[in-house]
Design a protein around this ligand. Structure first.
Ligand code: HEM
Length: 580
């Protein structure tokens, strides 16, 4: 085989579920038959078939492009028998009225053996934008190959809802990757675990912790307001200077989660809190970048800076978790189930003593317990904190929106009392602003990857078991057929004509996902966003640093869609200057 010839074969190959493919069964059969009488031209120039351009119509089999079939008289009866068998088969199928076409797979990005579609992805870290733009060429549902993983990308809400809601259980798996396994002790958490009774139990325990073990929303509101008050006090003390507001938002959100998980919280400047900030940033920077090591796990054997950083950060996180675990275990029995760690420890103890009503097929080991708590930190802090940062950034860019939120707050709440959760109905413009922030900069633009647990379908396409399904929320939230001028920040689109009632103008809006794997912290996050923003904007006006360009609205893709660092001028509003 000449070099050019082998290169052409390599280029024309592509992966489809089932192996490296080159042609459909009928093409394969006819090629096999035709090759018995190859023309000189066929021998010299094998089909280059630009597979990336040809819509894939069915399962394809590897065609042997090098074999030479025996020529001669033996082939004639064989050919006749085969044709007869095929004719009989088709006749039988037609007679039964079940002439089934072959499965139809989503159109695929070009891919090469071993590296898959990597050449199309490398160098572009903003996967949500890349996947959005690829729709122009490949349609709203297409596939690609990440190393040995077959990946399907969903860009339309109808397909997204089929994956998340209609066939939620079928697509409820999660992939195991090198980085997520380091982070979650091989998927012993909630977010990266595949569904199981234990996973269901972990979710239930978190739900109970988030309702403060039956004490309900009021108890949660108290915790959030305590943090909002502390944040506002700090901001008042930093008047008129240029401020990096991020650590203040971070501390407030972390303290809410800490209260729920450990029943404790941090003061400003606490070294343990500083360590926590550092390790979470390290994790955000390294996880979910679809790093090469997740595509090619064998790369672990080579030195890898990102992986080393991730391991160091996870070590710091685990030391902290272990310390809390030990303190809680020692104190168990001294007080009621006030936090998530207590509740999990108590269940574990009951299970060990066979007192538990739960019939779990797996033991609730320390690893599962710690990873449940770690997940709530991982998923509960970075997300809400990031949305708050995006909200501040958009308010700097759109001062008229900030003014309208403040007018609404002034009219409905005034300056005599603080905002409460019961004010939500009264403050539709603030609620609409939060909805618009979640739309325009979805914090989790590709959700978390889902995995097909059985052979399945999305729309008219066949999806094989094990396929990774990425729902591109960015595409849903920026679909021009669903949203007028999607890049424009316009809270008004979430309000009725009178501007009084909040509504969802399009079904193409799923900031927290949907279905069986919907965000566990959705209700908590919405309360936090509402209360923190209401408290801040009731007291302060946020301004961009004078004489400087406005901070960028371009996100940085990672485990969340991060806002880039920025400074802000926080000014106490007139009504609060005399110390109300
Ligand atoms: C504004 C803030 C938040 C946003 C926008 C958000 C969004 C999301 C999204 C899009 C998913 C993935 C759904 C999927 O893969 O289909 C998710 C999963 C998850 N979220 Fe959130 N989230 C937020 C806050 C929180 C909070 C505060 C917590 C916990 C206290 C939390 C806990 C989780 C967990 C545990 C999962 C994994 C669920 C599972 O896989 O079963 N999130 N979130």
């Amino acid at each position: 085989m000449s070099q050019t010839y082998s290169r052409r074969i390599l280029l024309s190959l592509r992966w489809q579920p089932g192996g490296w493919l080159r042609s459909s069964p009928s093409e394969w059969l006819s090629s096999k038959l035709l090759i018995t009488q190859p023309s000189p031209r066929q021998q010299a120039t094998p089909s280059q078939g630009n597979v990336s351009e040809s819509p894939y119509k069915g399962p394809r089999l590897a065609r042997s492009t090098v074999s030479r079939q025996p020529r001669g008289r033996m082939m004639v009866p064989l050919l006749g028998a085969l044709l007869l068998a095929l004719a009989l088969l088709s006749f039988w199928r037609l007679a039964k009225g079940k002439a089934e076409p072959g499965p139809k797979y989503p159109r695929s990005l070009p891919s090469l053996p071993i590296i898959g579609s990597l050449l199309h992805l490398i160098g572009n870290r903003q996967f949500h934008l890349l996947f959005h733009s690829l729709q122009k060429k490949y349609g709203s549902l297409y596939s690609l190959q990440m190393g040995s993983h077959y990946v399907v990308v969903v860009n339309h809400y109808l397909h997204a809802k089929e994956v998340l809601l209609k066939k939620g259980k079928t697509f409820a798996g999660r992939p195991h990757t090198v980085t997520s396994d380091i982070l979650t002790r091989d998927g012993k958490d909630i977010a990266f675990a595949t569904i199981s009774p234990l996973w269901k139990f972990q979710r239930k325990q978190v739900h109970e912790a988030l309702s403060v073990f039956g004490k309900g929303t009021l108890a949660l509101e108290k915790i959030i307001c305590r943090e909002a008050a502390s944040m506002c006090e700090t901001l008042s003390g930093l008047q008129d200077g240029l401020l990096n507001i991020t650590p203040e938002l971070h501390r407030a959100v972390t303290n809410v989660v800490c209260s729920l998980c450990f029943g404790s919280w941090y003061r400003r400047g606490d070294p343990e809190f500083e360590a926590m900030l550092k390790y979470s940033q390290g994790i955000v920077d390294t996880v979910a970048k679809e790093s090469l090591v997740d595509i090619f796990p064998w790369l672990q054997v080579f030195p890898n800076k990102d992986l080393a950083l991730l391991k160091r950060c996870v070590e710091v996180r685990d030391q902290l978790l272990q310390k809390k675990f030990k303190e809680h275990k020692e104190a168990l029995g001294n007080d009621l189930d006030n936090d998530l760690m207590d509740a999990l420890l108590r269940t574990q103890l009951n299970m060990e003593n066979n007192n538990s009503q739960l019939a779990l097929p797996l033991e609730l080991t320390d690893d599962y317990l710690l990873m449940t708590v770690a997940d709530i930190f991982g998923a509960g802090v970075e997300t809400t904190n990031t949305v708050l940062k995006w909200a501040v950034l958009y308010l700097l860019h759109y001062p008229e929106v900030q003014r309208k939120v403040q007018e609404e707050l002034d009219q409905k709440i005034g300056f005599e009392r603080h905002p409460q959760l019961s004010d939500r109905q009264q403050l539709p413009y603030l609620e609409a602003t939060i909805s618009e922030v979640l739309r325009i900069r979805p914090v989790s633009p590709l959700l978390l990857p889902h995995v097909a647990l059985t052979d399945a379908s999305i729309g008219e396409y066949t999806i094989p078991k094990g396929a990774r399904v990425i729902v591109n929320l960015w595409s849903l939230h920026h679909d021009e057929k669903e949203w007028d001028t999607p890049e424009e920040f316009n809270p008004g689109r979430f309000l009725d004509d009178q501007g009084k009632r909040l509504f969802s103008p399009s079904p193409s809006y799923l900031p927290f996902g949907a279905g069986i794997r919907v965000c566990v912290g959705k209700a908590l996050a919405k309360m936090e966003l509402f209360l923190f923003l209401a408290w801040i904007l009731q007291r302060f006006t946020l301004k961009a640093p004078p004489g400087q360009p406005l901070p960028t609205l371009e996100g940085k893709f990672g485990v969340v869609l991060q806002a880039q660092p920025f400074k802000v001028q926080v000014r106490l509003r007139e009504a609060w200057r005399d110390g109300v």
